[in-house]
Design a protein around this ligand. Structure first.
Ligand SMILES: NC(=O)c1ccc[n+]([C@@H]2O[C@H](COP(=O)([O-])OP(=O)(O)OC[C@H]3O[C@@H](n4cnc5c(N)ncnc54)[C@H](OP(=O)(O)O)[C@@H]3O)[C@@H](O)[C@H]2O)c1
Length: 257
């Protein structure tokens, strides 16, 4: 009934959007949860505080940690606070992402650095810091990817980082196998979150996409919980696509039934 009972899940970037849904679903599945966000003192922090209260209301423990995954010291603090509070970590969910929406050839140097530092280096810093804890529990790592890892979108340079991370997932699945850590990804379709509100301004004809092809945050969260649960013990190095069939129907006219 509670597949993640007595376990601890850390979800990067979980104050809002998909990360928030994953944190809530992990708690509903029985886990204690570490909620991470980047911006102190704003609405992101308020949403993280609200989520903490909700999770505690479910009878689980929640720890809120402000940390920027792009900064190694900040990542060290995230994991040392987790270990200090819970003494263990079972699931690392790499959800945080931030990137400008413009073609890759138009990125300023500072945008390029932010793209790589948050979405590639930041995730790897988290993996590195988590390994000693996950090795003790035979834990799991789940990376949240997107269809940009495999399909062109003119205003989505984040796609190249997602592709790189799906490759890191395959690498780590092998290199961490002897530590009994399973590493997988969930590749989400299009989800109406804060970041999508910005992306849609640059995406011609996105409004023609039928409603039923938009994915709910909870659908990504359910797949993530599955990849943490005992039932997925035979899966590692894989990317599970959760897009309501969008990528399977890319060449069909939008108006077709
Ligand atoms: N929306 C979609 O259509 C879609 C589809 C497939 C996959 N995804 C992926 O799902 C994940 C979540 O997307 P979303 O749309 O829910 O994003 P979102 O609404 O923009 O939320 C992003 C979260 O990440 C945090 N964050 C950003 N940079 C961070 C950093 N350097 N360190 C720590 N936390 C950081 C943010 O915290 P602050 O608010 O404090 O900055 C926020 O909590 C991303 O990996 C995204 O690529 C999204």
């Amino acid at each position: 009934m509670l597949p993640l009972k007595d376990k601890v899940a850390l979800i990067t970037g979980s104050s809002r959007g998909i990360g928030n849904a994953i944190a809530r679903k992990c708690a509903l599945a029985g886990a204690d949860v570490v909620i991470n966000y980047r911006k102190a003192g704003g609405s992101s922090q308020e949403q993280a505080e609200q989520l903490c209260k909700e999770i505690e209301g479910m009878g689980r423990s929640a720890l809120m940690v402000q940390a920027d995954i792009a900064a190694k010291d900040s990542v060290k603090k995230l994991f040392s606070e987790t270990a200090g509070r819970f003494g263990r970590l079972d699931f690392l969910i790499l959800n945080a992402a931030k990137a400008p929406f413009k073609p890759v050839e138009k990125l300023f140097e500072r945008e390029l650095r932010q793209l790589v530092e948050t979405n590639y280096l930041g995730n790897i810093f988290c993996i590195q810091e988590s390994v000693p804890l996950l090795a003790k529990s035979g834990g799991r790592i789940v990376f949240i990817s997107s269809l940009g890892s495999r399909f062109y979108n003119p205003a989505y340079p984040l796609g190249s980082m997602k592709a790189a991370m799906e490759s890191v997932v395959r690498d780590c699945a092998e290199s961490l196998r002897h530590k009994k850590i399973l590493v997988n990804a969930v590749c989400g379709g299009i989800v109406r979150t804060d970041s999508f509100k910005i992306l849609r301004q640059y995406w011609e004809n996105i409004d023609m996409l039928p409603d039923e092809l938009f994915v709910e945050p909870d659908e990504i969260a359910d797949a993530t919980v599955f990849l943490c649960a005992p039932e997925s013990r035979g899966i590692t190095g894989q990317t599970l696509v959760v897009d309501r069939g969008l990528s399977n129907s890319l060449f069909r006219a939008v108006s077709n039934p």
